[in-house]
Ligand binder design. Structure first.
Ligand SMILES: [Zn+2]
Length: 60
């Protein structure tokens, strides 16, 4: 039986942050620019990234 080790963090997961060294929970923040329109093409740009709940730095 193979055990697949998960390497990517998920929102709500507990971590020790590299930046602030606190016990934190992963939260997702939207770094996208939101609604935009380019030559009549409307789109919503979203860019969710995993961040620390304590210092709000991005978790890599
Ligand atoms: Zn942190």
């Amino acid at each position: 039986m193979n055990v697949v080790k998960r390497t990517d963090e998920a929102p709500g997961e507990h971590i020790v942050c590299d930046s602030c060294e606190k016990d934190a929970v992963i939260v997702q923040r939207d770094f996208g620019i939101g609604r935009n329109e380019y030559w009549g093409n409307k789109s919503v740009h979203v860019d969710y990234r995993n961040c620390c709940s304590e210092c709000v730095d991005e978790v890599c």
